[in-house]
Design a protein around this ligand. Structure first.
Ligand SMILES: [Zn+2]
Length: 509
């Protein structure tokens, strides 16, 4: 049974989807006025991992994520740059999708855009007005917070203790508090101001407020109630509180069965190492695509997995180096197992490896991984299970001669490591592929021509020819040639290792 921490209930609960075998999830998407920063990325990676895990556990997952493509920030940027809001939104929607792909985040099942769902939102606002939960003032429509008795239950706030949290400003900066019946009320629909994109509505031309978007889209694409509503912890109030109030007031039923929130991202101060809030004023603001210039996407993902999704995640050089080292350790183990499998000695009999011990380690790792992820998606612990298996495999394979009889268990351990890391969204086979495709220095072709009579021009084939020439030379006790090949390769950055299965060459560059 999967347990998840429910923000509204403030405890871990057993998770069972409303419809057997099918999980319906909604995670608030970006406002497309800029490239997303690493704090946003942390949230999206966290929920991508949760989704992948649910799928791996056999659930079908319908994952809906909106794109907020009309908003004050988009309009502001468009005005500053002399472009239309639609142009700005289109540019950053495309950039967002590219950033998500670069970070290994899967596409949602549905990615609705606010500007393509205006009718859906107008319908919902009309519903709220008709039900007495919203009212119009000169083309603006506000949600009447006190008309919905459950307001505050998600974020644990009491309406009577709240200050006017939703201050709406006019273009001239003058407050609109006097227009609202209650300072807590918030905008569902905003009357058009000059120079802004607008749509026709029963209240005149205008555009939707932000909160109404997610209520309309989750209702349309998932139906109510759905299973999991997710987002960053900064969205609990007011955004999610408002979504919930609107939806439950309009449709008269429960909105989301469970609320899940990922913790905030902090940045380690370069000098003191202390965790600080990421902000432009502290000069520690990092966009996702900038982070991906510093580090491989797999390592960035590893870094996010090393902290529980609900805990604050501290980003910094030391953490990146740690994540890269952890990733490399797993990649090397996989690469080593791949090599062993490709070169297993046909004649090494059974008994070279302790097969029973490796089988037990593989079974235990799968069980520990599942147990950890079932417990509120505890990825750091799940990673621990993978590292445990990698450690066992390294120890077992370190000095052993792998024979054909051992290949099956080595294959099983290798595939399990790759599979479990894949569930967490990390492809640990990339390094091996990169290895194979590594550009060897062109000089190796000349070396092979000189020492091995090689006539081709492919560097990888040249290395093969050199190794064959060396093996033949050793057989003939032609030590001068054998050493010449080894020294020549070493001079170009290759390392030769003689193993019971033959010579193994790695290129260190
Ligand atoms: Zn939302």
């Amino acid at each position: 049974m999967i347990k998840l921490y429910d923000t509204k209930l403030r405890r871990k609960v057993d998770f069972e989807p409303i419809e057997e075998g099918h999980v319906r999830m909604y995670v608030c998407g970006p406002t497309v006025y800029n490239r997303i920063h690493i704090g946003n990325a942390r949230t999206f990676i966290a929920f991508d991992t949760i989704r992948r895990y649910l799928e791996w556990r056999g659930f079908e997952v319908t994952f809906v994520q909106n794109v907020t493509d009309v908003d004050d920030k988009i309009i502001k940027r468009a005005n500053e740059e002399g472009r239309t809001a639609a142009e700005v939104a289109a540019e950053y929607t495309e950039a967002f999708i590219a950033d998500m792909h670069a970070a290994g985040v899967e596409d949602p099942t549905v990615r609705p855009k606010a500007t393509e769902e205006i009718d859906t939102m107008i319908e919902l606002v009309s519903e709220l007005v008709a039900g007495g939960h919203a009212y119009e003032v000169e083309g603006d429509v506000y949600f009447a917070v006190r008309s919905y008795p459950g307001y505050g239950a998600l974020s644990g706030r009491n309406v009577d203790e709240m200050e006017g949290g939703h201050r709406e400003l006019r273009a001239d900066g003058q407050g609109l508090e006097d227009r609202k019946r209650d300072p807590l009320d918030f905008a569902l629909w905003k009357a058009a101001k000059p120079g802004e994109p607008s749509w026709e509505s029963p209240w005149g031309p205008g555009r939707p407020g932000w909160h109404i978007e997610c209520s309309a889209m989750s209702h349309k694409y998932l139906g109510l109630p759905f299973d999991i509503h997710g987002g960053g912890a900064d969205l609990v109030f007011p955004h999610h509180e408002n979504e919930r109030a609107q939806s439950e007031a309009a449709y008269g039923c429960s909105f989301a069965n469970h609320w899940m929130h990922s913790g905030m991202l902090q940045v380690a101060n370069a000098e003191t190492g202390e965790a600080e809030k990421m902000s432009k004023s502290l000069n520690n603001f990092l966009l996702l695509h900038e982070a991906l210039d510093l580090v491989r996407p797999e390592a960035l993902r590893m870094l996010t997995l090393q902290t529980h999704y609900r805990s604050p995640l501290v980003f910094g050089d030391a953490r990146l180096a740690e994540a890269e080292a952890a990733l490399t350790r797993i990649e090397n183990a996989v690469r080593n197992m791949d090599w062993q499998l490709g070169n297993a000695a046909a004649d090494a009999g059974a008994g070279a490896l302790d097969v029973a011990a490796l089988e037990a380690a593989e079974t235990a790792a799968r069980a520990a991984f599942t147990e950890s992820m079932d417990d509120d998606f505890n990825a750091p612990e799940a990673l621990g299970a993978v590292f445990g298996l990698v450690g066992e495999a390294n120890a077992a394979l370190g000095n052993a001669t792998v024979g054909a009889a051992d290949a099956e268990i080595v294959r099983r351990v290798r595939d399990t490591v790759v599979e479990l890391m894949g569930v967490l969204g990390v492809d640990v086979t990339k390094a091996a592929e990169a290895d194979a495709a590594a550009a060897y220095p062109a000089e190796v072709v000349t070396l092979a021509a000189d020492l091995a009579g090689f006539a081709g021009d492919d560097a990888a084939e040249a290395v093969e020819a050199l190794l064959e020439a060396r093996a033949a030379a050793r057989k003939e006790k032609n030590w001068a040639l054998a050493d010449g090949v080894r020294d020549g390769l070493a001079g170009l950055g290759f390392v030769i290792e003689d193993t019971p299965q033959g010579a193994r060459v790695t290129y260190a560059g």
